[in-house]
Design a protein around this ligand. Structure first.
Ligand code: PEP
Ligand code: MN
Length: 257
């Protein structure tokens, strides 16, 4: 790892990086209500996939091109920064202007051609860990991005596949101090995909920040039961507010020690 292990870009964030929003941008209304809520409580980054990598080809695949207009609207109307997954090299050009952070999903962590291509952009890249990837493989994927010139990379731990099946994945929080030791990259945690259970997002968010994470990405929706994807792991706005408060407090506590 020639580039990322020698980067010297460790600026301490004054506030944690908090990204929230629905799993997918499913309608104008849901995106609009969520954006308004996030803006009101001070969250700056809204997530929402428009190209969704679903396990079944028959599940909702995202609004695709139609979703771009909705992302453009919330970005402009609420001055929010947009985080959305680019699934395919063919979608880079049409998504590049609307996204502030390009998300590379777990399934694409090994898509080296895509990594090299997004590495040519100047946008921040959120690189999710492959669900069967070792830390070393994950860092090599970050190196692919860096090797194309872009070192503005944030790593995202989103759980790995183990024999435990009570949770959707096993959240590997030990990777945080290990990565911090090996690199200067920012690391955030996705407790939504990492656990698959909305009622444990709060303790796992607190634990993530306690383990040294720079932030979290959390799925929230005005009515999680009606969410078209990942409803079981999606928190409602009331719960999100409580989680958000705890994250800010623990982040402050950790940095003031
Ligand atoms: C997502 O965050 O929208 C997503 C699909 O997550 P992952 O790639 O980690 O499964
Ligand atoms: Mn999801």
């Amino acid at each position: 790892m020639k580039i990322i292990s020698n980067l010297n870009n460790s600026i301490e964030l004054k506030v944690p990086l908090i990204i929230a929003g629905p799993c997918s941008i499913e309608s104008f209304e849901v995106a609009d209500i969520t954006a308004k809520f996030l803006k009101n409580i001070g969250v700056e980054y809204m997530r929402g996939g428009i190209f969704k990598p679903r396990t079944s080809p028959y599940s909702f695949q995202g609004l695709r091109d139609k979703g771009i207009k909705i992302l453009e609207y919330v970005k402009k109307e609420y001055s929010l920064k947009i985080v959305s997954e680019i699934l395919d090299i063919r979608n880079i050009d049409k998504m590049i202007d609307v996204v502030d952070i390009i998300q590379i999903g777990s399934r694409n962590m090994y898509n080296y051609e895509l990594l090299k291509e997004v590495g040519k952009s100047e946008k921040t890249i959120l690189l999710k860990r492959g669900f069967c990837a070792t830390i070393d493989e994950w860092l090599n994927s970050a190196e692919y991005i860096a090797s194309s010139g872009n070192t503005d990379i944030i790593l995202c731990e989103r759980g790995i596949r183990t024999y435990e099946n009570t949770t959707r994945n096993t959240l590997d929080l030990s990777c945080i101090p290990i990565i911090k030791d090996k690199t200067n990259l920012k690391v955030i945690v996705d407790p939504s995909h990492g656990t698959g259970i909305h009622s444990i997002i709060k303790p796992m968010s607190v634990a993530s920040i306690g383990a040294g994470a720079d932030g979290v990405i959390i799925e929230t929706h005005p009515n999680p039961n009606e969410s078209l994807s990942d409803s079981e792991q999606t928190v409602n706005f009331e719960d999100f507010k409580l989680i958000y408060k705890d994250i800010l407090n623990i982040y402050k506590y950790m940095r003031n020690q």
